[in-house]
Design a protein around this ligand. Structure first.
Ligand SMILES: Nc1ncnc2c1ncn2[C@@H]1O[C@H](COP(=O)(O)OP(=O)(O)OP(=O)(O)O)[C@@H](O)[C@H]1O
Length: 892
């Protein structure tokens, strides 16, 4: 635990007179100490942020903020003298060197943090007997971080803004550390929440009429100002409506990007998208006062341009984290990420969450992967070079906002110089993404060389301490350094010179803060002091002197140091702004580097895991030969994963009942014992489709895939405690969503529908859902189930087929073969699974007995086992007026 000086731990609040003050509004301001008066003054400018106030080596928080920080950071709350008539006020402090760590923790918990730092040398203020000057130097909010130490290198930190009008909405988002800036507009509030869940923004701006504007609602905090569709898991900043009005937003965008109209940005016809983008820009201006944020030109996109993956599907397919413990290890991203740069890591995550619909875009990525798969040395050399490229996107952001230090600039320069090696290496490349690297603007290399020539090899962290610029860069700097060095050498040699001049062997030259340099003689030799020695101090055994020349040289050294540091800073700042002028050029090449890093990584996985290039087709076919689950395969010892093929989706949507000879079903009923591999197979098909549409090779011997418009999954059964819905209701909501939105081009993966209710209800729902998907929608569907009765559908509907995951039954055990074969399983071996799990033998015996009886007496079991002849088709009227057939499952 950390406490700051001049503080005593607060005693428990027994009587209110004893406890330190936590509410400054109840105190007479005039009676607070000058420092606390200033604290309160600053706090009132940032009422919704926690104020960390520099006092010596600590950042201190007072009053209510002290209580919050103590609770959130598990630090000891202490108290501090707040004025003679005030007594003690609550205080919690953090050491200045640990500020970043603590501030990051607070921001991660959804707080805004204002950092009020000392902006002058405290010794100077002390000498003039006044309070040291302090100012808010940073306002940190979850969505506006730029410091490397506060950001995840391989994940974007998005700030989003939403504008909702009825069922329509506009969404803008930006990562101010990389400058990416996007906007879109659409309808359906469910789509808005899905898009937000894809982006996982750190902070979302919402225009409101609320009286407490600028409040940040932390995750889970409720407010009437938030529309129901906005997920509770995010942090929301309530903002005034004004910057979100169309007129204000338009003019802010036009001004920021120095354009005449919004036409070039592609959003001129999207008023809600413009309003969201304008509100977002105003927030950046408001919070980043001192620092200019260089944003990339706003890009307008449409959610309809990408494969739609709703939140449940992203979760169930474990794209970026596992369902079980939300960990990265075991996710698809984990299995595919071989990127060498942070930029590539971020891009891969984005690509995985936003697969493409456009075959041309997919093929451009595939072509590049193929070239890198075939050309091993190019791939390896490329990856070797990429390992030495720093985070160009984020460093450029800090350069543009004037917060980059010399180490940042040097890292950037080093990478700029290497870009030429990249261009050279890829100069014979023929695929689109390799070609993009061949166009490195030559001035970027020159700029990199210039920076390297200006800065010392390992510059210090802090810019104002000097030692940043090399000799030979600036004649004035060199001359000042020469003079300072001469003076410094003179002082260094002074002891030897004076010993010789005075003949006193134990003469010494020393330095202290009060007098500066002095010459010291033992008292016994004081009478031998030359005439030009001026006595400054007498101690028990020594006399201390100065000489006029020593004073003069000392003064020169001190002022020269200040002047030198100032000049070095000016040279550095000038260099930094020259680099800042090339922000857009650097960022566009950075994008190409990030993309090639992703593709080279995917090529690497393709080679080592034996992936194939899928053929992207026009139709709706899914034809996978010997497909594998990309994650499970990597988790098992080599060769243990059993590959399985898939064939589904007829060439075109067909009318129910026609052409039953076609071999590719639309709907597969997948049965098999517990733990045989049904879920794994289901997900494998979804992941292969998704990987193919993001441009990757896939784990299979060969694959021919039509483009899907959406992938839906309904997997497992979990209570949604957050919304208070039961397991069954969650399942039904998700199923309803699928039935309402799936199309013939969708891939639907259903695992165990209808489990959370009575058996007959569940079976009936499962039957009806499967039937609807196969006949009404004709979506490509895999339906894993333990209701073996559903196998009857295949004999009744032509585009339904049965598959099973096979096991080998031995006298005392079953062996899992994990092979998917045509046909339906007739047993679940659930009781066997219970035995393996250790249920008592008597319970197992009793279960077998009960099962036999149920099988004998159950009407539905009997009916199904005797065939489904009794299940008459019923005729219902479709919305378009056509008649369609459904089956009467119970027949009477
Ligand atoms: N094709 C395969 N090759 C090798 N091992 C596999 C294969 N498929 C699944 N497995 C292994 O079997 C385990 C169980 O698979 P899975 O969870 O898919 O079974 P399930 O049939 O869905 O079970 P349940 O019906 O109980 O949900 C997996 O964790 C995996 O380790």
């Amino acid at each position: 635990m950390t406490t700051s000086p001049d503080s005593t731990p607060t005693p428990p609040e027994v009587g209110s007179t004893q406890s330190p003050h936590t509410d400054y509004r109840k105190l007479d301001r005039e009676k607070l100490s000058p420092m606390h008066q200033h604290y309160v003054e600053v706090k009132e400018q940032y009422p919704n942020a926690l104020l960390l106030y520099r006092v010596g080596d600590f950042f201190e928080c007072f009053f209510q903020d002290a209580v919050i920080i103590s609770r959130e950071l598990e630090l000891v709350q202490t108290s501090k003298y707040g004025g003679q008539e005030i007594g003690r006020v609550a205080m919690t402090g953090v050491p200045h060197h640990a500020l970043d760590r603590y501030a990051r923790l607070l921001v991660e918990k959804g707080y805004a943090v204002a950092i009020c730092d000392q902006v002058e040398d405290s010794a100077e203020a002390a000498a003039q007997k006044r309070m040291v000057e302090r100012q808010v130097t940073k306002l940190l909010t979850p969505g506006t971080l730029t410091d490397d130490g506060m950001l995840h290198a391989r994940r974007n930190n998005f700030l989003a803004a939403v504008v909702i009008a009825g069922e329509h909405w506009g969404l803008a988002y930006a990562d101010i550390s990389t400058g990416e800036f996007f906007t879109t507009q659409s309808s359906s509030l469910t789509a808005l929440s899905s898009e937000l869940l894809r982006l996982q923004p750190s902070e979302i701006l919402v225009p409101t009429n609320a009286p407490d504007l600028k409040t940040i609602l932390r995750p889970g905090e409720k407010s009437d100002c938030l529309a129901d569709c906005l997920p509770e898991c995010f942090c929301y900043s309530l903002r005034s409506q004004t910057p979100f009005t169309l007129a204000e937003a338009k003019s802010r965008l036009i001004e920021t990007f120095r354009i005449r109209s919004l036409e070039g940005l592609g959003c001129e016809h999207l008023p809600l998208a413009i309003r969201a983008a304008g509100g977002l820009l105003e927030y950046i201006e408001d919070t980043q006062k001192a620092n200019q944020v260089p944003l990339q030109p706003l890009r307008t996109y449409s959610i309809a341009d990408y494969l739609i993956l709703d939140y449940q599907t992203r979760r169930n397919l474990e794209i970026t984290q596992t369902v079980r413990d939300n960990s990265f290890h075991g996710s698809l991203l984990w299995a595919l990420d071989r990127t060498c740069t942070a930029m590539g890591g971020r891009a891969l995550r984005r690509w995985l969450l936003q697969p493409l619909l456009d075959p041309k875009g997919i093929r451009a990525r595939q072509d590049t992967i193929q070239e890198l798969v075939e050309n091993t040395s190019l791939r390896q050399d490329l990856r070797q070079l990429l390992r030495n490229i720093y985070d160009l996107e984020r460093i450029t952001g800090r350069v543009g906002s004037g917060t980059a230090n010399a180490r940042d600039l040097l890292a950037l320069a080093d990478s700029l110089v290497r870009l030429n090696d990249l261009a050279e290496l890829t100069s014979y490349g023929t695929s689109p993404y390799l070609k993009a690297l061949q166009r490195v603007p030559p001035e970027l290399e020159r700029l990199g060389q210039k920076v390297i020539a200006h800065l010392v090899e390992s510059p210090p962290l802090h810019l104002k301490e000097g030692g940043v610029i090399r000799d030979g860069v600036n004649p004035q700097l060199d001359e000042m350094r020469r003079l300072a060095k001469e003076d410094y050498e003179w002082i260094t040699n002074l002891e030897a010179t004076e010993k010789q001049r005075t003949g006193i062997p134990n003469l010494k030259v020393g330095y202290n803060k009060a007098f500066g340099y002095y010459i010291s003689l033992p008292r016994s030799k004081a009478e031998k002091a030359p005439d030009d020695y001026i006595r400054k101090q007498t101690l028990t055994n020594e006399e201390r002197y100065i000489t006029p020349e020593l004073k003069e040289r000392e003064t020169r050294i001190l002022t020269a140091k200040d002047d030198l540091n100032k000049l070095e800073y000016e040279i550095f700042a000038d260099l930094r702004s020259q680099v800042a002028q090339k922000t857009q050029e650097i960022r566009s090449i950075a994008k190409a580097v990030a993309a090639i890093d992703v593709l080279a990584g995917l090529a690497e996985v393709a080679v080592y895991q034996g992936y194939c290039r899928p053929e992207i087709e026009q139709g709706r076919r899914i034809e996978i030969l010997d497909g594998r689950h990309p994650v499970v395969e990597q988790s098992l010892p080599v060769g243990l994963f059993v590959p399985n093929s898939t064939q589904m989706g007829r060439g075109d949507k067909i009318k129910n009942g026609e052409d039953s000879a076609l071999s590719h079903p639309d709907l597969i009923i997948l049965t098999g014992p517990n733990a045989s591999g049904k879920s794994c197979y289901l997900r494998q098909v979804g992941l292969i489709q998704l990987m193919a549409q993001m441009g990757s090779f896939v784990p299979a011997k060969s694959a021919k895939l039509g483009i899907c418009d959406r992938i839906f999954t309904r997997v497992g059964a979990v209570d949604d405690l957050a919304t208070g819905q039961s397991t069954f209701m969650v399942e039904m909501n998700e199923t309803a969503n699928i039935l309402n939105h799936a199309t013939p081009k969708s891939l639907v993966l259903l695992d165990e529908i209808g489990r959370g209710t009575a058996t007959f209800d569940g079976l009936s729902i499962a039957w009806a859902v499967a039937e609807y998907l196969a006949t009404e929608i004709q979506a490509k569907t895999i339906f894993a189930t333990h209701y073996h009765e559903l196998n009857e559908l295949a004999s009744l509907i032509s585009n339904v087929a049965n598959y099973q995951v096979t096991v080998k039954e031995m006298p005392n055990e079953i062996i899992f073969l994990h092979q998917v074969r045509p046909g339906g399983a007739d047993k679940s071996y659930g009781i066997e699974a219970g035995r393996l799990a250790g249920l008592p033998a008597s319970v197992i015996d009793r279960a077998k007995q009960v099962m036999r009886q149920i099988e004998k007496h159950s009407k539905i079991a009997l009916g199904l086992r005797q065939g489904i002849q009794k299940f008459e088709p019923i005729r219902t009227q479709k919305s378009n007026g056509k008649m369609t057939e459904q089956l009467d499952i119970f027949g009477d």
